[in-house]
Ligand binder design. Structure first.
Ligand SMILES: [Zn+2]
Length: 480
């Protein structure tokens, strides 16, 4: 009799969530500091049946850490003030120096909350509730980090970029040290890293949202490590430089060449195949970084899940989508968070179209250019260019993207967790998240066969009504 009672206690309501799919949310340290760990977890469980936390453990960016971005409306929870003066960024966990012997980057602790370690604060309560915790860190740096200049990329014009080079041992070793620190120091369930960047060719064209028509001077990377790696692949760095010089003149001209933009672009590619070789060098370096992180974590604790945040540009640029080759990425991915942010997606798609409409597609009227992209990216029910910033992309976009990615991953071990947009900032006049829109996006991802959903980008910008919209779709799918 006694054992039966003990069994009943063990399966009390606080035990593991019932959902078979991953229901995750991204959350930064500031929310736990401002609102308290139990209260935040209560809200997550009650509003959206969350079973996995993606805790922002390292970044110098505001996309996943800090409170609401100043100028954007504060959500209906948390401290009702902005942190423009107190947000600094860095590591929100303690740094265990024994892991950082092979890099000059050693001093990157976020000063925002003193000695506060977000994993120490969150893990006990999360484990008690059966909620998993994944360390979520990203490729966003500050130029003020001591010694970081020794790991920075080199721009085409010879100056240092604020981005770090995957082929620089100081950065590669820092990445491996950081995941070793997480895997050995904390009882976590997994690690996700994200890099929202691309190679020099795509950057020169401005082939992304926010690309602003491109330009060559500030594109990367042309450092000694990348040049040495290029040579080892049979690429002549001098030929690549000549190609980027010519591409820079083409992009900067903002004037129709005699044979037109598209033809002239092809002439450049035919004359300088090194432009694409340099792009692939960067892409392969990112893949090698993924693979190195994956095998490092697995060598320490095979049970930890390791995966990647895949940048939203995957939804806009055919070049970037071609680089996200899931038949390659699955080899070192337990999961992929592929960004499918429907609401801000309209504003971002329009921004991408404006950017590439200034060079490679300069001959194509912008609505025709958007229609072409809808065709080649296989979007069927999206609105005209003038409307999408104000409407966002549709739930059908989420469905199509999730279905495509899930099919591409079939037969592999890799789980697909679409990133769902809740209240990601847009311009004041543009589309804002709604409970119904959020509901429909989550429902679409699950209907397409996704293995879970990841509510993004950070709880500190999310309105509770929209979070409940996600929860309603999760419940309706039988996952609550
Ligand atoms: Zn480099």
């Amino acid at each position: 009799m006694q054992s039966a009672v003990a069994g009943a206690v063990a399966s009390s309501p606080a035990a593991a969530p019932s959902s078979s799919k991953m229901i995750g949310i991204q959350v930064g340290a500031v929310s736990f500091v401002d609102e308290g760990v139990p209260k935040v977890l209560d809200i997550f469980q009650e509003s959206a049946y969350i079973n996995t936390l993606f805790v922002a453990t390292f970044t110098y960016g505001r996309g996943i850490a800090g409170r609401q971005i100043p100028g954007q409306p504060l959500p209906d929870h948390g401290k009702q003030e902005y942190d423009a003066d107190t947000f600094k960024g860095g590591s929100y966990t303690k740094i265990h120096p024994q892991y950082y012997k092979d890099t000059v980057i050693k001093d990157f602790r976020a000063p925002d909350f003193g000695d506060y370690d977000v994993l120490e604060a969150v893990l006990p309560e999360a484990r008690k509730r059966g909620i998993k915790t994944i360390c979520w860190f990203e490729d966003v740096w500050s130029a003020n980090v001591p010694n970081v200049s020794q790991a920075q990329e080199k721009r085409f014009d010879g100056s240092n970029a604020t981005t770090l080079c995957f082929n620089n041992p100081n950065y590669r070793n820092w990445l491996l040290a950081t995941v070793e620190d997480y895997a050995r120091s904390y009882e976590i369930d997994g690690i996700m890293w994200g890099s929202e960047r691309q190679g020099a060719f795509a950057n020169a064209l401005g082939a992304s949202h926010g690309g602003n028509g491109g330009g060559v001077a500030r594109t990367t990377c042309f450092c000694q490590f990348c040049e040495a790696k290029a040579k080892s692949r049979g690429i002549d760095p001098a030929r690549a430089r000549a190609g980027f010089q010519a591409l820079g003149e083409f992009v900067a001209a903002r004037k129709r060449p005699i044979d037109g933009y598209y033809v002239t672009m092809w002439r450049l590619l035919l004359r300088y195949p090194e432009l694409l070789a340099w792009e692939m060098l960067w892409t392969d370096s990112l893949r090698e970084t993924y693979a190195a992180i994956y095998s490092k974590v697995k060598s320490i604790k095979p049970s930890l899940g390791v995966g990647w945040h895949i940048w939203h540009n995957n939804s806009f640029s055919p070049i970037y989508r071609a680089e996200q080759d899931l038949s390659e990425l699955h080899k070192y991915s337990d999961f992929l968070k592929m960004v499918m942010y429907h609401n801000c997606g309209g504003e971002r798609m329009a921004s991408y179209i404006r950017s590439v409409g200034q060079n490679i597609y300069g001959d194509v009227p912008s609505q025709e250019l958007l229609d072409f992209h809808y065709r080649v990216m296989d979007y069927k029910n999206e609105k005209p260019l003038a409307d999408i910033p104000k409407t966002g992309l549709s739930a059908d976009y989420v469905y199509r993207e999730a279905k495509r990615a899930r099919e591409a991953l079939n037969g592999t071990k890799t789980l697909l967790w679409p990133g769902i947009d809740i209240d990601i900032p847009t311009s004041a006049a543009n589309s804002k998240s709604t409970p119904d829109g959020t509901h429909d996006a989550v429902a679409a991802a699950l209907r397409a066969g996704a293995d879970g959903v990841l509510l993004s980008r950070k709880y500190s910008e999310i309105k509770l009504a929209n979070l409940r919209g996600a929860g309603a779709a999760i419940k309706a799918a039988g996952l609550a």
